[in-house]
Write a new protein. Structure first.
Lengths: 305, 305
DNA sequence: TCCTCGGTGAAAATATCTTTCAAATGTGAC
DNA sequence: GTCACATTTGAAAGATATTTTCACCGAGGA
C-alpha cells in the first residue's frame, strides 16, 4: 500500500547512528517552530523519548502527531517508528558509555546492585589475569601426568579444599581415580602410598600452607609427579613441585578476603587441567561423562509449571 | 515465589539491558518449540530482528504473530514493541562496543593454550550474564533475611554442594551460624527444626533436584525464609522459595559439562550474598574476618628464600 | 482589505500489535 | 491401542499506534 514510496522521501541520510544531537543542530534552522520543539525534546532526552509513542511525544511537546512524524522524516528516518528505534539504540549506547567506571573497591555502604557489578567485574579481571599468567607448558606437563596417572591425590585445606574437591569430582566423572584429601593427617598417611606414576596436586593460595606442603613433600620423596597450584610460585610449596601452576593474586579488600578471588583463579586452573585431561582420555572420558549425566537425570523431579 | 503477574507493567524483570542472550538461554527450556525458534532468531540476530515487524518475525521463524508476542512476554517485556526497542538498543550496543563473538566451542584437539583462552572467555561471559540477569531486589531481600537470621541452613548436592560449603564457610567466618548440609536425609531432619526467623538456602542448577527441594519444602512449611539459587527460576524448587536468585545457564559442550559453568555463576551469586550480609553486619563481620585471618597466619610456614 | 501560502493539528486511513478462540498436536491413563 | 485431557498453535478479530489527508489558521504582500 504505502511501502512503494519508502525511500523517495529522505534524500539526504541513512539512519544516523549516534550523531543525532549534531544533526538536530544542523537541521534546526530549516525546521518550523513546532518541529524544533520536537527535535529539542528528542535530542535532550533520547531515552525518555524512546519510551513514548507518537501521541505521547506530541503531547509532551505540545504539538500533534503529524508534526512528530514530519520531524522524524526531516531527521532522515522513514517515520517515527524508525526514529524511535534509533533513539532506543542511542540510549543503550550512551548508557554503556558510563559502565567502565567500576574499578572502585567495594565499600560498606555500596548498594547491592553495585556490589554485583563490581564483584563480577573483579572476577572477570581475575580470570583474565589468570589466563594470561598461566604457563601453558607447565599446564601441558601437568595434564600429561594426570591423564596417565595410576591415581591422583589432591591436597587442599580451607577454601582451597573446595577447589580440590571440585577437581576430584570431575576427574572421577571421567573415570580417573582421584581423591581430595581434607584431613592433613590422612593426607600424609595416604601420600606415603604414592610412587612413580602417581600424581599429587597441592592447592594453596599462599604457597606456604604447612598442612598441604607436608603431604606433597612426602609424595615428592616417594617419586610421584607433584603439581602445585599456588598464587606464590616462589613459595615453599614449589620446592616439592615438579610443575607449578600459578594462580593470580587479585586485589583484596576488607570486605573481600583473598580467599574469594583466589578461588576463582584456582577454579579456572583446575578446569583447564580437567579439560586437558578429558581431551587426552577422550575415548573413555566421553562415555563416562554421558553415563554420569544419565544416572543423575533420574534424581530430578519433573517440572511443575 | 515469582509467579507471573498478568496486568502490571513490569512483571518480574526490568527491561533487560544486554543480557538478552543469557536470558534466552535461561528461559529456553521452559519454552515451547515455536517460541524457541523465535527466541533463537532474536538472540542470533538482534539487529536483524529489530528491523522486523511482528508479522515479519513470525514469517521469518515460520510461526504466528501470537507466538512472537508470547515469546516477548516470556522474555520479560510487556509486548513485542518493547522487545523490539530493546533489540535495537542491543544492536547498537554490540555494534559499537566490544562484540568479539569468539564463542567457539572447545574441541577435542584444541591445543592447551586455546583451552585456557576459551575457558577463561566463557567464564567471563558467564559472569557477565549472571550479573546482568541477577534480580537485585530479590538479592537484597535474601541478604536482609540472611543477615538477621538466627541460623542459615544450606542445601546442595553434587557440584552445588561445594558452592553451599563455600557459602557456609564464609558466613561462619563473619560470625553467622551457617551450615551446609550434604546428606539429603540429615538435611530434611534438620530442616524440621527451622522456624520463622531462620533462613534456608537451596542451590540447584536444574531447579528440580529432589534431594535439595525436599529440605527446602520442609523449611518453607516450617515458616523459615527460603531462598533458591537456581538456573531454572521456573523449576519446581521455586515453589517453596520466598526469594529466587537466578544463575545463568551458559552453553555447555561435550567436554564442558553444565556443572562447570553453572558453578561459576553460582559462586558469583553466593559471593554477592555474602558481601551483602557482611555489609549489613559490618560491626561484627569486620573483626571476625581479621580474627580468622590472624588465626590462620600461624598455620603458614615461613617463606623460603 | 483581500489573497496566497506555508505551518499546523484533527481526524480518517493504514499499519502494527495484541487478544481470543478453536483446531491441532502431544501426553498420559486405561 | 484408544480415549480423555492438557498444551501448543495460528487465524482472525480487536485494540493501538502510526501515517496520511485535508481543512483551518495566520503572516506577509498586492
Amino acid at each position: 500500500m504505502t511501502n512503494d514510496v519508502k525511500e523517495s522521501f529522505n534524500p539526504d541520510s541513512p539512519p544516523a547512528p549516534a550523531a543525532l544531537a549534531a544533526k538536530v543542530r544542523t537541521l534546526a534552522p530549516s525546521m518550523t517552530r513546532s518541529m524544533q520543539r520536537v527535535a529539542e525534546a528528542v535530542a535532550g532526552d533520547p531515552a525518555g523519548c524512546a519510551a513514548l509513542t507518537v501521541t505521547g511525544l506530541a503531547e509532551l511537546t505540545g504539538t500533534s502527531e503529524a508534526t512528530v512524524v514530519r520531524t522524524a522524516r526531516l531527521l532522515g528516518y522513514p517515520g517515527y517508528r524508525d526514529l524511535r528505534l534509533a533513539l532506543a539504540g542511542l540510549a543503550a549506547h550512551q548508557q554503556s558509555g558510563r559502565a567502565p567506571a567500576v574499578t572502585a573497591d567495594i565499600a560498606v555502604d555500596d548498594p547491592i546492585a553495585d556490589v554485583v557489578t563490581k564483584l563480577a567485574y573483579d572476577e572477570q579481571q581475575t580470570l583474565a589475569d589468570t589466563a594470561a599468567g598461566l604457563d601453558t607448558v607447565q599446564l601441558g606437563a601437568a595434564v600429561a601426568a594426570a591423564a596417565t596417572a595410576r591415581r591422583v591425590d589432591i591436597y587442599g585445606v580451607g577454601a582451597s579444599s573446595l577447589v580440590g574437591q571440585d577437581l576430584a569430582q570431575k576427574l572421577l566423572r571421567i573415570g580417573l581415580i582421584a581423591h581430595a584429601h581434607m584431613d592433613p593427617h590422612l593426607a600424609v598417611t595416604n601420600a606415603v602410598q604414592l610412587r612413580s606414576g602417581d600424581v599429587a596436586i597441592a592447592i594453596t593460595h599462599s604457597g606456604s600452607t604447612g598442612d598441604v606442603i607436608e603431604p606433597l613433600r612426602v609424595a615428592f620423596d616417594r617419586g610421584a609427579t607433584t603439581i602445585a597450584i599456588t598464587g606464590r610460585p616462589d613459595g615453599p610449596v614449589s620446592q616439592y613441585a615438579d610443575h607449578v601452576l600459578t594462580t593470580s593474586t587479585a586485589r583484596e579488600s576488607e570486605l573481600r578476603p583473598a580467599a574469594m578471588s583466589s578461588r576463582t583463579s584456582q577454579l579456572l586452573v583446575v578446569d583447564c587441567l580437567f579439560i586437558g585431561v578429558a581431551q587426552r582420555t577422550y575415548e573413555t572420558a566421553a562415555p563416562a561423562l554421558s553415563a554420569s549425566y544419565e544416572a543423575l537425570a533420574h534424581r530430578h523431579t519433573p517440572r511443575s509449571r
